[in-house]
Ligand binder design. Structure first.
Ligand code: HOZ
Length: 432
């Protein structure tokens, strides 16, 4: 069952000489799971193939955007048919208007959209706009939520920061994060207290409506509603960071599931079908403050890149089909139940948090509703499980604190194979 990894290992050694840690983004170095990264040669559907020819069922799916699977036909067609007409103009195109229209139609709170090149840029820009619009500087974020690596938001952050134990990075000036108030996720009482004390100084609250970067942690009943209430009451803005959840948990994102209307929404790679894209959007009166209509500055040559816009349109088109999210939800639920049963039979404490298209098996008894509870998971066990699954041909997120992502290509056959392999892996790690 031990795969040949000579070519990946060789590439990793070469990479480490010229790229810090051998990777372009920290978590994918597999440090937290005691393994060395696989270098990927190609992918199709829900299958990844590495440079040594090993194939894996993929549950990372480029960290979320590939909801229709790798090498989705309409995206491949969109890219191959448009690349010959040029790859970047630094000028507006018809496809960016079409993609913006599709997003506005899907998300009623989003009346206008500005495209950028990553989720990090989207949150940075939304925060700048919120500060400009309110004339205030203080931000509220939640511990374990991750909003990209912009200075103001890299405080008690999730994702790689949490995985690698650097929740607040060196190099972020104290003066910048001193304007960021970090509260516990899902704690309505402390949220109220913060607003009682500082409400008039808070420019915005930014939140992952379903946390995905400390593992999947859904919002407690009333938590998001309280953010809406407090921000409205004090004139600060509600920024919903839907970089992960947008178009993943529902066509209208998490905000449509919870019936909430944020002032601003940030979106990421899913709207580019896996190409480098982000966007922020929201109330017209706010968005009109962006340059060139207004004074709030943000710009980028690759923003609205024509290839990314075409790929994004191709990615979003099937998501409006009847039954699309019901099928994704059924696959997610079946996998969550199967993992729980397998762990129980093997005597491994496990709590699976799942929402349509994303889940995390936390290696501990539940419930998991807070960062502290997520952090109490047995990360060494997750690492052992990760390695056991990798040997069986399943590519999982290389951290306890990331979300497994499903696509429409993870059919029941694949799900049942995963459940069977996991049952076996649970027995293996229980014996260790
Ligand atoms: N921080 C990303 C997941 N939440 C990982 C990005 C990557 O390594 O591609």
């Amino acid at each position: 069952m031990t795969a040949e990894t000579a070519r990946s290992d060789d590439l990793y050694a070469r990479a480490r000489r010229v790229i810090p840690g051998g990777v372009s983004s920290p978590v994918r170095a597999f440090k937290a799971v005691g393994a060395t990264p696989r270098f990927i040669a190609r992918a199709a559907g829900c299958t990844l193939v590495d440079v040594d020819g090993n194939d894996y069922v993929d549950y990372v799916m480029s960290w979320g955007p590939l909801i229709n699977g790798h090498a989705f036909g309409p995206i491949v067609f969109a890219l191959t048919s448009s690349a010959a007409y040029g790859t970047s103009y630094g000028a507006p195109t018809e496809s960016e208007v079409e993609l913006a229209e599709a997003m506005v139609a899907a998300m009623p709170s989003v009346e206008m959209v500005r495209f950028v090149s990553s989720g990090t840029e989207a949150t940075m820009s939304a925060v700048r706009l919120a500060r400009a619009a309110t004339g205030r500087t203080m931000l509220v974020k939640f511990a374990g939520n991750y909003h990209g690596h912009g200075d103001a938001l890299l405080a008690r952050a999730g994702s790689g920061s949490l995985t690698l134990g650097v929740p607040t990075s060196p190099g972020v000036p104290e003066t910048v994060v001193s304007q960021t108030l970090v509260l516990p996720y899902n704690d309505v009482g402390l949220l109220r207290e913060a607003f009682r004390k500082d409400g008039e100084a808070i420019a915005a609250v930014i939140v992952e409506p379903i946390a995905g970067n400390m593992g999947v942690v859904p919002p407690a009943p009333g938590f998001l509603e309280e953010i809406r209430r407090q921000t409205e009451r004090t004139g600060s803005l509600f920024i919903m960071d839907e970089v992960i959840t947008g178009f993943r948990v529902a066509h209208g994102g998490a905000q449509s599931r919870f019936g909430l209307t944020p002032d601003l929404t940030t979106l990421g790679k899913i709207i580019g079908g896996g190409l480098p894209v982000g966007a922020f959007g929201g109330r017209r009166d706010l968005m009109e403050q962006m340059a060139p209509d207004g004074p709030v500055y943000e710009a980028g040559t690759l923003s609205g890149n024509p290839l990314a816009m075409r790929a994004g349109l191709a990615n979003l088109t099937p998501l409006g089909d009847p039954g699309y999210y019901e099928a994704l939800d059924a696959a997610t639920g079946r996998l969550a139940d199967g993992l729980s049963e397998g762990a129980t039979r093997a005597g491994v404490p496990l709590t699976v948090n799942a929402v349509t298209g994303m889940l995390t098996p936390f290696f501990r008894d539940g419930p998991i509703q807070t960062l502290g509870e997520a952090e109490g998971s047995d990360t060494a066990r997750y690492a052992a499980f990760f390695r056991a699954m990798l040997r069986r041909g399943f590519y999982l997120p290389p951290s306890q604190f990331e979300a497994w992502m499903l696509s429409s290509r993870h059919d029941f056959g694949i799900i049942d194979r995963t459940i069977a392999a996991a049952a076996d892996a649970f027995h293996e790690i229980a014996a260790q």
